[in-house]
Design a protein around this ligand. Structure first.
Ligand code: 2PG
Ligand code: MN
Ligand code: MN
Length: 552
């Protein structure tokens, strides 16, 4: 459907006096275990009050409810904000790539043929760069393995893997499990002696290559040096690199591991040079855009890249639909259309979107279906994030974001305000329990101040989350369900998102909407779009998942 029907005004309710404010508390879900649920453990008087006094419901934010392949897949910010922003559930990257590989349609596509053909014609190297885990948030090693098998069948002789280490979508120190899997797989591929496939470089994902939203370009510079120029500390294998780094940095998490280069006979085994092909096998866009720019841009001002090698570069997906980046991609992204931002813009509703750098693109680019363009009535505001380990500054910029939101509420210009508080998620990923508690408390304070401003102006708040994280902070023993302890008897942290549902609070202090909880079957975060549109006094598009409240 490419036409855009207009939103109809709701005859029974024409919207509140003040704005509708959508608060996305990133990574704040509803835990199952009070001992590991740092949202519960934190002191949250405002969220507690809302639970008792506002309209309260719980919605699914993972698995099929977010367009992921299976209900065992945890939610994440991309699929979460996509669903919230477009009111429907699309099959997302993880599912689309799996499908393209299983049906073989990826290999029949022009891009696969081009990328592999280039290597065959020039007798050069096919490089794979990506996050090496089965987290299914940015990537899945399964996809890498399938592509390598196909490349071998297609006659590719030389493959190099530039391996980013995870520990953020999978257990925090699980790297060696993936290293073993990769090394066994490559050994199997090499066994008949016809090909030369190996790991060439890598490092922790929070250290190199996977920065996002221009927060920290030195990470991209370090990645470029490591993967492309093959400059850095050399090791005989990835296993050796991980083991040495761990012995030198007590307690280091996988995501923070330093960069490494693999050598053979004293020389780096896989710099990226003229004539090669490169596939970035991450399917998610936020942390893929900067390294893609480094490979694609003719001129680059963000760091002294030097002349870029003349390679054929392809992404797993198109990462930005508006910018058309990257030029070559293996799988078409979900065709997310008719987002609520577009509808509201067509209806002339002025919109304000805000977060700090770390989540700025979540509430703008992800929210608008992975498009970086703005609709006419939108204003976007980015509060610069600190560049530091967030366990050291767990309040992040919650207060500054709140200041801006309160000013926007009181200013009266915007009818719809959306914001993301990153704390519950960003600090949740650090695995530092005490910091997570402070992080959640900072969010609660922000919510409280927004409530006050809405009370004064007659607005309405919809407060929810994109997925869980801080609600499930400890590793549990799979068999017994007990908290796993480390060698000092302390709970082992869990740094990944959770599979838990998330809360939805609808707070209408002046009772403008006479809102009541609607009876919705299997509610999910996608239902938030229709909820906001309904509270703004419009009828939601028919094919949006329904509003969680009735009004009028
Ligand atoms: O940090 C990230 O990239 C992901 C986890 O991989 O978190 P989120 O989906 O919350 O952005
Ligand atoms: Mn998130
Ligand atoms: Mn996260």
């Amino acid at each position: 459907m490419n036409y855009m029907e207009q939103l109809k005004k709701n005859e029974a309710f024409s919207g509140p006096e003040g704005p509708v404010v959508l608060v996305i508390m990133d990574g704040v879900g509803i835990g199952k275990n009070p001992e590991t649920d740092y949202v519960k453990i934190a002191n949250t008087p405002n969220l507690d009050w809302l639970k008792e006094n506002a309209i309260y419901t719980e919605v699914a934010a993972h698995g099929r409810a977010a367009g992921l392949p299976d209900d065992g897949d945890m939610g994440n910010s991309e699929v979460g904000h996509n669903a919230i922003g477009c009111g429907r559930v699309f099959d997302q990257g993880a599912a689309l790539v799996r499908n393209a590989i299983n049906t073989g349609s990826m290999y029949e596509g022009e891009v696969w043929k081009k990328v592999t053909g280039n290597v065959k014609d020039k007798d050069s190297t096919l490089h794979f760069l990506g996050l090496c885990s089965d987290g299914n948030v940015h990537s899945n090693l399964e996809h890498f393995e399938a592509m390598v098998k196909q490349a071998k069948a297609d006659g590719i002789k030389k493959i190099r893997l530039h391996a980013l280490i995870d520990g953020r979508d999978v257990p925090p120190t699980s790297a060696l499990e993936y290293v073993e899997r990769i090394e066994n797989f490559l050994a199997e591929m090499n066994a008949d002696g016809t090909v030369d496939y190996c790991v060439a470089s890598g490092g922790g994902r929070q250290n190199i290559t996977m920065d996002r939203y221009d927060a920290n370009w030195p990470m991209i510079e370090a990645g470029w040096k490591t993967h492309v120029k093959a400059e850095g500390r050399m090791f005989a294998s990835m296993k050796e690199a991980v083991e040495v780094f761990r012995s030198e940095n007590e307690g280091i998490l996988d995501q923070d591991l330093p960069p490494f280069v693999i050598e053979r006979d004293g020389a780096p085994v896989g710099p990226i040079v003229d004539g090669d092909s490169v596939i970035l096998f991450n399917f998610r866009g936020d942390r893929a855009l900067e390294i893609t720019k480094a490979f694609e841009a003719q001129e680059l001002s963000e760091f002294p890249r030097g002349p870029k090698p003349d390679v054929l570069y392809a992404g797993m997906m198109q990462y930005d639909g508006d910018l058309g980046v990257p030029e070559l991609f293996l799988v078409a992204p979900p065709a997310i259309d008719r987002t609520m931002s577009e509808y509201l813009s067509n209806a002339g509703v002025k919109q304000f979107a805000i977060s700090e750098t770390q989540k700025f693109g979540h509430v703008t680019y992800f929210f608008n279906g992975n498009n970086s363009g703005k609709f006419e009535t939108e204003t976007w505001k980015e509060v610069p994030s600190d560049v530091c380990p967030f366990e050291n500054a767990p309040r992040m910029k919650a207060a500054e974001i709140t200041d801006e939101v309160v000013a926007a509420i009181k200013g009266g210009e915007y009818k719809f305000i959306r914001l993301n508080f990153p704390n519950g998620d960003m600090v949740g990923h650090t695995g530092v329990f005490e910091a997570v508690k402070v992080a959640v408390e900072a969010v609660d304070e922000g919510v409280g101040r927004i409530m006050e401003a809405l009370k004064e102006t007659g607005g309405i708040m919809v407060c929810s989350a994109d997925h869980g994280n801080s609600d499930d902070m400890c590793a549990l023993d799979k068999k017994t369900g007990e908290i796993k302890l480390d060698e000092n008897g302390k709970p082992q942290p869990k740094t990944a998102h959770s599979l838990n549902p998330v809360p939805v609070f609808v707070y209408d202090p002046s009772d403008a909407a006479h809102a009541e909880k609607a009876d919705v079957e299997k509610p999910g975060i996608a239902n938030l779009a229709a909820t906001c549109i309904t509270l703004l006094g419009y009828e939601a598009p028919e094919d949006y998942t329904p509003s969680l409240v009735t009004v009028g």
